[in-house]
Design a protein around this ligand. Structure first.
Ligand code: R5P
Length: 289
């Protein structure tokens, strides 16, 4: 049984099972009431709730997960195509909270498993230490297929070292070269990246690949460099297109071409469908396989 948290109905409907909506009623004072109409007793339940803009979702999600257990669900899996807070994986400045393990310690005990797409694993090497039975779906095949259809002779470029794992996987699947830049982040919307050495790959169209675009300043800084070096407008392909306020303008100002993201987060750019890869990860293993 699939339960769709509000806003996740369209993705949930494509995952291959009966889908029931979760109702979250907002009271005028900002509190919320969570309700499910399905009979979950004895059921294996997948709760689909992507966690972009997470803070207003998290309390209703906790209530939902606890309610499912109280109503007798036999197994509960959280399907969070975008797993939030993974970038705050250490105390970068004195006194800061380390959010990634806090999130896991809040939700992990309420579920029997987690399914997510390309979590931002960097200083935390794997989800195993944090979450019960985590399953990671990789979007690289979907990104590579989109690029193959839309960009001729791509050169894949990662805007920072953290993007290496994604850009190399996509480039490998696309059978095209890749390179990774260095980034210095001076503030939320102030980013500098190293200048790419493009002489090795003449005539190719740059495709910037990252796991997340939030303010899009990382992609914009890389794209602006590329444009100054005289490349064609670079395409940008990301797994999770969070696109905070001002992101689209930053990309346009930087002179990017096509921008595409997956539908782990719904945005005007989310033209790459992750549902088939996600559905495969959710399907129970067939006997003899
Ligand atoms: C961090 O390393 C991530 O992979 C992204 O590069 C980063 O979150 C992008 O942030 P922004 O779009 O705000 O530059």
């Amino acid at each position: 049984m699939i339960l769709a948290f509000p806003g996740n109905e369209s993705l949930a409907a494509r995952l291959g099972g009966p889908v029931h909506p979760v109702q979250v009623h907002r009271f005028p004072d900002g509190e919320s009431l969570v309700r499910i109409d399905a009979d979950v007793k004895g059921a294996s339940v997948d709760v689909v709730c992507t966690l972009d803009h997470p803070d207003p979702k998290l309390f209703p999600l906790v209530v939902l997960l606890r309610t499912l257990r109280e109503l007798g669900a036999a197994r509960i899996r959280l399907v969070a195509p975008y797993l939030c807070y993974m970038r705050q994986d250490r105390r970068f400045h004195p006194g800061e909270g380390v959010s990634a393990p806090v999130l896991a310690s809040m939700l992990g005990p309420l579920v029997d498993g987690l399914v997510t797409v390309d979590p931002h694993l960097h200083r935390i090497p794997s989800l195993d230490a944090l979450w019960p039975r985590p399953v990671v779906v990789h979007a690289a095949p979907a990104l590579a297929a989109w690029v193959a259809e839309h960009v001729r002779d791509p050169l894949f470029i990662g805007p920072d070292e953290e993007s290496a794992q994604w850009v190399e996987a996509v480039a490998h699947l696309a059978g095209a070269p890749s390179t990774v830049l260095r980034k210095e982040r001076r503030g939320d919307r102030d980013v500098a990246v190293s200048v790419p050495e493009l002489e090795r790959w003449p005539g190719r169209t740059p495709v910037l690949v990252d796991d997340i675009a939030s303010t899009a300043r990382t992609l914009a800084a890389a794209a602006a460099h590329l444009r100054r070096l005289g490349t064609p407008p670079p395409a940008c392909v990301v797994v999770h297109g969070l696109f905070a306020e001002g992101a689209a303008e930053a990309l346009i100002d930087a002179g990017v071409g096509l921008v595409a993201s997956t539908n782990t987060v719904i945005a005007p750019t989310s033209v790459i469908d992750i549902a088939p890869l996600l559905a495969r990860a959710l399907a129970p293993p067939r006997e003899g396989v």
